[in-house]
Design a protein around this ligand. Sequence first.
Ligand SMILES: [Zn+2]
Length: 53
Amino acid sequence: MEEQDDTEHPQEHRITTAELGPFCFARCSCGWRGPARRARSLARAEGQKHAMG
Ligand SMILES: [Zn+2]
């Protein structure tokens, strides 16, 4: 039986925002990606909403 316990918080959600042309969207370290928005603040808000739950 092998144990690998050196992974730190695999379920952590780290939100970053990326720009795509005139749009902006949120990305998460878990692989989630939010819809493209014109307002970066909105994209980030949606990302934080995802990260919370
Ligand atoms: Zn996530």
